[in-house]
Design a protein around this ligand. Sequence first.
Ligand SMILES: [Zn+2]
Length: 318
Amino acid sequence: MQRSSERPADVASDTPSSLACPTCATPFDGPYCHQCGERKLRPGEFSFWFWLRALIARFTQLDGPFAKATISLFARPGSLTTDYFRGKRIPYARPIQYFLVANVIFFVVGAWLGIDTLSTPLRSHLRSRPSFHAQDARSWVENRLGTTLKDLEARGANDELTRSFLALSDRFDVLGDSLSRTLVFSLVPMFFAASFFLTRLTKSNRRRLVSEHFVSSLHFVGYFLLAQVLLFALFIGVGGIAEAFGTRAVRAFLLHDRALGPALAAFLVWYGYGAAQRFHGFGRPGAIVMALTLLPVSFGALTIYRSLLFYVTQWQFA
Ligand SMILES: [Zn+2]
């Protein structure tokens, strides 16, 4: 009551939403409320095209918060996390928002590029090594089909059992693919635990708060997902150019674990080295150790993730 009586007479005749903050009723002075930070709505804001353009711009603009966070993660690993806890937050997408968008990009663009590191088909579960579950996967298939895998391999492509195996793996893989979109979240607590316990082993002045380890692992998993998209896109591009010049071998070489594995490892070492210095405050020798430790840690996390995916898929399988 007090507030509205203080307003100038001409204010009441105008649309109140454009003049006073709808959240705290403070009159707007500029595009943002200086009391609570609410943004003033712009004319045409509710049209679908306005909304769509704003959304696309948000994630594609080179000076937008998502791109800025991505550039920071790849060019100076560890500084995005450090900036966040220094209070420099406006230029970048927020950690959880960034993580969710990285996921969407990984699953949408990644599926289009043919990345299957997280969806893991049944065939890979049966063969994967080292793994906690390959034996269980083999037993599951053998029980389901009432035969041994050896017997199955000996049969031809037109055999009835071979076809039921293919039908089984198709159904399993569709379910596994959809479950992987949720189970990818399990990587965050895994890297959180690794970051937390690894730094517990070192001097106390390098310790970080629980929330810092959490944001650090959100950033890292986002980087891990986008690094794969970047690598695949790059290798497919290079392979495509080589193919245009008549060399098919380059593409076949690049899009194989023997090239993708080491390339991804290089991305991980790069991140580990930077984050160990900028976020954990290690010196050069400590950073090298941390960077190299990130490789077995990531490999271990992926192995645990794959086992988890297998057991959850098997459990959900009708
Ligand atoms: Zn306000």
